[in-house]
Design a protein around this ligand. Structure first.
Ligand SMILES: *Cc1c(COP(=O)(O)O)cnc(C)c1O
Length: 456
């Protein structure tokens, strides 16, 4: 135990390899199925959207995968990120617990997302890709990939959900600053977008529609454009493990080992990135750390969804995977943690929840913002509303320790800052946030639209 409160690693300690949990999964992998035939997909099918070097990472079984030097060079801009002990928060709570957090908000665009954006841009450049397409909701993923594509000289088309394009201009301008081409989706640039606009010219768009547009542009480009996804897939989880690998070393510097490890979960990438290296210790070294994923009560994929085969997108054109899902027809309520509004969840995270290696919990909006405000008042950082779900759970774990007198060590991932989410904070301060809980009957209804996978 040290009386230091900040644990910084030298640049030489930027991890040299990512951790690939495929090597240690306690259950066999489930196949990825073609959305039309429902047969397992071939690498050639995935290669329409992703370069072969990334397709290979999806199925790779090596425990450690070397991080290419050009990627580590760019990581040097913000990595290693700090690990801090939240002593002022501990004091405010009056808890005997020790609370640590890994601070991914220090990246240039303010979240963990560049950890994979830079890697994906690198592999695409290596494979000869000239242009990428992607979608973005409020713009966190779009701004990370725009920065990465700019570094590697790739052109980038971003389909941004129309309502966010108009209501949240600042992240769009960040993307444009990095030379990305940003379009309000639905657009008339794709068949799917045109169809949506014919039916509803005033459509505000959705992440599902934007994904379908970005996928269509890549799939019909004759191989010149590839598609990039910021979460859910195995290679994305793996790229994010730099977070947890650094955190393990920083906890060692602090002279402690966490009893509880916490991350918020949308598609699962910041959670996996922080938690999987600790899951590795649980699975291979007999550690007993509780691994906790936290999601909004309004989008309760892990806590109310079903573990089953479903489409990755709303238009039912993306591959079918086995995951926790609220159903691909899930209509997201307008909550202020935009990054957590996905109907599905990373298949790897899903399998670990199903097997009991990861525990899931949900939090409502107001209690989440209460936690966010207490954290900002004590530690000075305004957290992203997404990250605040992890803070809520860390505070609840620390308050439980206050009851029992246990001196647990709690570590959470601060996935990003909330500097572009101040209207959400304003709504909270004015008592305007709703505690919407996604109803069971809506989950049951959506389950009637699941793909009918033979034998599943
Ligand atoms: C995108 C985002 C998330 C949610 O995505 P995951 O893939 O689940 O990590 C969480 N926090 C922040 C700050 C984000 O930008």
């Amino acid at each position: 135990m040290s009386d230091r409160t900040r644990f910084d690693l030298d640049q030489s300690r930027i991890p040299k390899a990512w951790y690939n949990i495929n090597a240690d999964m306690p259950v066999p992998p489930t196949p990825v199925l073609h959305p039309g035939t429902m047969e397992p997909v071939t690498p050639e099918f995935l290669n329409v959207l992703f370069p072969m070097n990334i397709v290979a990472q999806e199925v790779c079984q090596d425990r450690w995968v070397e991080i290419p030097d050009p990627v580590r060079e760019i990581y040097k801009i913000w990595r290693p990120t700090p690990m801090r002990r939240a002593v002022r928060l501990e004091k405010a709570l009056g808890t005997p617990a020790h609370i640590y957090f890994k601070d991914e908000s220090v990246s240039p665009v303010g979240s963990h997302k560049p950890n994979t954006a830079v890697a994906q841009a690198f592999y695409n450049k290596e494979a000869g890709t000239k242009a990428l397409t992607t979608e973005t909701g409020a713009g966190q993923w779009g701004s990370a990939l725009a920065m990465a594509c700019n570094f590697f000289g790739l052109s980038l088309e971003i389909f941004m959900v129309k309502v966010s394009y108009h209501q949240k201009p600042y992240r769009r301008i960040i993307m444009e600053n990095f030379d990305a081409h940003v379009f309000p989706s639905p657009t008339d640039r794709t068949h799917f977008g045109k169809r949506v606009l014919e039916e509803d010219p005033e459509s505000p768009g959705s992440l599902g529609i934007a994904i379908s547009e970005a996928v269509e542009v890549a799939a019909t480009s004759g191989g010149t454009k590839k598609y990039s996804l910021g979460s859910v897939l195995g290679h994305v989880m793996m790229h994010q493990t730099v977070i947890g690998i650094e955190a393990l070393e920083q906890m060692e510097m602090a002279g402690e080992y966490p009893d509880v490890v916490i991350g918020c979960a949308g598609g699962g990438s910041n959670f996996a990135g922080f938690a999987f290296p600790f899951v590795h210790k649980n699975l291979t070294e007999g550690k007993k750390t509780k691994i906790l994923a936290v999601e909004p009560a309004s989008c309760p994929t892990l806590t109310k969804g079903k573990y089953t085969f479903d489409f990755g997108d709303t238009a039912a054109t993306a591959p079918i995977v086995k995951m926790y899902t609220l159903g691909h027809t899930f209509i997201p309520p307008g909550i202020h943690a935009g990054g957590l509004r996905y109907h599905g969840m990373s298949p790897a995270v899903s399998a670990l929840v199903d097997h009991g290696d990861v525990v899931a919990r949900s939090a409502r909006q107001n209690e989440t913002f209460q936690a966010a405000v207490l954290f900002s008042k004590t530690e000075g950082i305004i957290p992203a509303p997404e990250s605040a779900h992890a803070i809520r759970a860390a505070i609840d774990e620390a308050l439980a320790c206050k009851e029992t007198g246990e001196k647990k060590v709690i570590a959470f991932n601060l996935s990003g800052h909330g500097h572009f989410d101040m209207t959400a904070y304003q709504s909270f301060h004015h008592g305007m946030l709703e505690d919407y809980e996604y109803p069971d009957h809506a989950v049951e209804e959506a389950m009637t639209h699941l793909p009918k996978v033979p034998g599943a």
